[in-house]
Design a protein around this ligand. Structure first.
Ligand SMILES: C[S@@+](CC[C@H](N)C(=O)[O-])C[C@H]1O[C@@H](n2cnc3c(N)ncnc32)[C@H](O)[C@@H]1O
Length: 232
């Protein structure tokens, strides 16, 4: 149950640079363990109040992040879809999905991140996109979604609460809908999920057809389906 979706280019100069790039990526991703110090929703909101200005700039330094977002959308989103981006942050995945899907909704706990997402939506003149400040747990959509995507949100959720977040994502989907997750790997940095953990959490929530794709050296995409006839 593991595929390599994006392998690294074999050009000689790339081979030489690869260990250096991997070291830089690992150092950056290790920095995200700071989220372990955020004990509550309020603390996460405060953190992003001050972190939001440097957020996009930091990710812009690693083309692997943008590549992963593009692959996530390619794997999950189709024209005609109604898509939910869970923990959308500044809306990077939201706006890419909006270029493909019929309608996109982004939700995030942080009003400061949502403000930046709103600016992006306006800048791209997206008429099919709405972004809302709400926690995953507090969100109750009036209409179900064809696809749910989420990138780099799960590390904010303590491992014991992750099953509840996966259950929310499951409940937001129509039968037969897909969930697509993008993040780093628990094998590289402890705040992310290992292959086994992500498979266990998705399975426990009721998802099936789980596929894991490695992106470059530290990223991973997981895609899974809500059964057409959900188990009761
Ligand atoms: C690392 S950022 C990722 C943002 C964006 N998805 C990206 O790929 O750049 C994590 C985001 O998850 C949000 N978040 C954390 N816990 C959340 C929760 N329980 N409900 C909704 N959003 C949450 C944070 O406010 C933050 O904006």
């Amino acid at each position: 149950m593991s595929y390599t979706l994006v392998s690294e280019d074999d050009a000689p100069w790339r081979k030489l640079l690869r260990p250096v790039i991997k070291t830089l990526r690992l150092a950056y991703i290790q920095g995200t363990t700071v989220v372990k110090l955020l004990p509550s929703e309020r603390a996460i909101q405060l953190y992003y109040k001050y972190r939001r200005k440097s957020y996009d700039l930091q990710w812009a330094m690693d083309p692997g992040y943008r590549k992963g977002l593009d692959r996530l959308i390619e794997q999950c989103c189709e024209p005609g879809d109604r898509v939910l981006d869970v923990g959308c942050g500044t809306g990077s995945a939201t706006v890419i999905a909006a270029g493909v899907a019929r309608e996109v909704v982004g939700i995030d706990l942080s009003p400061d991140m949502i403000e930046l997402a709103q600016e992006k939506v306006a800048k791209h003149q997206l008429t099919n996109t709405t972004v809302i400040t709400t926690s995953v747990e507090g969100y109750h959509p009036e209409e179900l979604f064809d696809k749910v995507i989420s990138s780099f949100m799960i590390p904010h959720v303590k491992p014991q609460y992750r099953p509840a977040i996966y259950s929310c994502m499951y409940s937001f989907l129509k039968p037969g809908g897909l969930v697509g997750l993008f993040g780093s790997r628990g094998e590289c940095c402890e705040v992310y999920e290992t292959r086994q953990e992500i498979q266990d959490n998705l399975t426990r929530a009721g998802f099936e057809d789980i596929q894991l794709y490695d992106i470059y050296d530290i990223y991973r995409i997981a895609v899974a389906r809500k059964p057409e006839v959900p188990k009761s």
